[in-house]
Design a protein. Structure first.
Length: 432
């Protein structure tokens, strides 16, 4: 039966189910449709599915036209009905893995996707987990769950982990060009999963176990987290020395080997980089090792928004103004430029701290028309940069969106806190 599955994967006659159609699942579904497979897209959000059925994509990397084209092939169906997954041979799980309030792994989405999968699970199938998670999840959670009712790995089913590496908004690397790491729970599982991804992706790199693949993903994102913390700390050192950290990074970046530039900012955001290292910390602690560097990096990055508010108070102070009652204009609230995603953005705590201090805060973000703060308050994006900038006592650039008018903003140098060095970078890039 599993030999048949391997053949169906190779000749692209098998049906894939993708559970969770967000930033990761939808691009993956379209990539497999383009490779000739039949896809059942399953998501628990029926409204979102209806939007997609009407040809509207809210995922930045998938245009509405690409979505319509995929649906028009007749090989891509959308459902929130678990029994529709019956016909799928391979189930790929792409659901969120956030942290709980106490910054512990929140496995509830994976558990709920597994509960759905169990309703249609049986001999001859393969499951693949793509969600970022703690090392051991595939072997310790998925394997026993899928082995229920006497089903056996390799005799009845296959299982693998393959981390997602999508970088939303990065047009240089479309999904199929990003090498795919694959680690199966058995040799046959690795082989089948590698054949599947090999049909749609340019390069597949296999490792000896799902745990190695889970760890590879955590190493990639912890590497970014720790280096961002290093440069954030370095920026604070430069501030205390009245040196320009951007000039220093540019100079260090001329070294052709052994250095990779990272850039400071108001904090760290997105669904991955701030959260994923905590999955590593959690598992490491269970095994008796207390990670120090990873925990310290998290602390430095988490403290950054408060430092930005302190800088804001210092600038206002030089103008003889208190933050209480000052009109503050925040530019950009997404976690990175030119994406419609405010998840874990440092703008959120910064807006909250500014409100706590009594600032009259406004924001402009062309990607985010409104934003809800933790205290429940909703803020609406202002539109007129010229008017808002003229009225503000302080302008803080938090996200360097391409379409901000940096020439206009540069005129407000004395009341500008540019946490991204966006103004000088943009003005330098302008043709003479
Ligand atoms: N966004 C990224 O850039 C990125 C990059 C690499 C890895 N990842 C990882 O991929 C995973 C998914 O992240 P995302 O950004 O796509 O999340 P997302 O929030 O954009 O999408 C998740 C989707 O899953 C759906 N969902 C939730 N529970 C479900 C369930 N039980 N069954 C079916 N669908 C369910 C939601 O409705 C949503 O549409 C996470 O583990 C994340 O860490 C994300």
């Amino acid at each position: 039966m599993l030999n048949q599955l391997q053949k169906q994967i190779e000749n692209r006659s098998c049906t894939l189910a993708i559970l969770g159609l967000g930033y990761v699942g939808l691009p993956l579904a379209i990539t497999f449709v383009n490779a000739g497979y039949r896809i059942i897209g399953y998501d628990i959000n029926p409204e979102y599915l209806n939007q997609m059925r009407n040809g509207i994509s809210k995922i930045l990397d998938i245009s509405s036209q690409e979505l319509k084209d995929a649906l028009a092939t007749g090989r891509f169906s959308l459902t929130s009905v678990p029994s529709d997954l019956e016909g799928a041979d391979v189930h790929i799980i792409c659901v969120p893995t956030p942290l709980s309030k106490s910054r512990q792994p929140d496995m509830s989405y994976i558990e709920s996707a597994l509960a759905t999968l169990l309703t249609v699970w049986g001999p001859g199938k393969m499951a693949i987990l793509e969600s970022t998670t703690y090392p051991g999840t595939t072997q310790e959670l998925l394997l026993p769950t899928l082995s229920r009712n006497g089903l056996k790995l390799d005799e009845d089913f296959l299982l693998a982990f393959s981390p997602e590496r999508v970088d939303p908004g990065n047009h240089k690397f479309p999904l199929h060009r990003i090498p795919k790491v694959v680690g199966g729970s058995s040799k046959a599982s690795t082989q089948a999963a590698a054949a599947l991804y090999g049909a749609a992706f340019e390069q597949v790199h296999t490792v000896s176990s799902p745990t190695a693949a889970e760890l590879a993903k955590l190493l990639e994102n912890t590497f970014r987290n720790v280096n961002i913390a290093l440069v954030n700390e370095f920026a604070q050192i430069c501030d205390s020395l009245k040196a320009d950290v951007w000039e220093v990074i540019e100079a260090a970046g001329t070294k052709p080997f052994g250095f990779m530039p990272f850039f400071p900012g108001p904090g760290i955001g997105g669904h991955c980089i701030p959260l994923d290292p905590q999955y590593l910390v959690y598992k490491s602690r269970l095994h008796g090792y207390e990670p120090r560097l990873v925990a310290l990096a998290d602390q430095i990055n988490v403290e950054r928004p408060r430092y930005v508010v302190q800088q804001a108070m210092d600038i206002l102070n030089t103008q003889g103004k208190a933050i209480n009652g000052a009109r503050v204009l925040v530019l950009g609230v997404t976690y990175k430029p030119d994406v419609p995603d405010p998840r874990e953005s440092p703008a959120l705590p910064i807006l909250e701290f500014l409100a706590e201090k009594g600032a009259d805060t406004h924001y402009i973000d062309p990607w985010i028309p409104s934003i809800r703060l933790k205290n429940g308050d909703e803020m609406l994006s202002a539109r007129d940069l010229k008017e808002e900038a003229a009225e503000a006592d302080l302008i803080i650039i938090l996200t360097a969106h391409q379409n901000f008018d940096y020439e206009l903003i540069s005129k407000y140098g004395k009341k500008l806190l540019d946490t991204r060095n966006a103004v000088s970078t943009s003005l330098r890039q302008q043709p003479n």
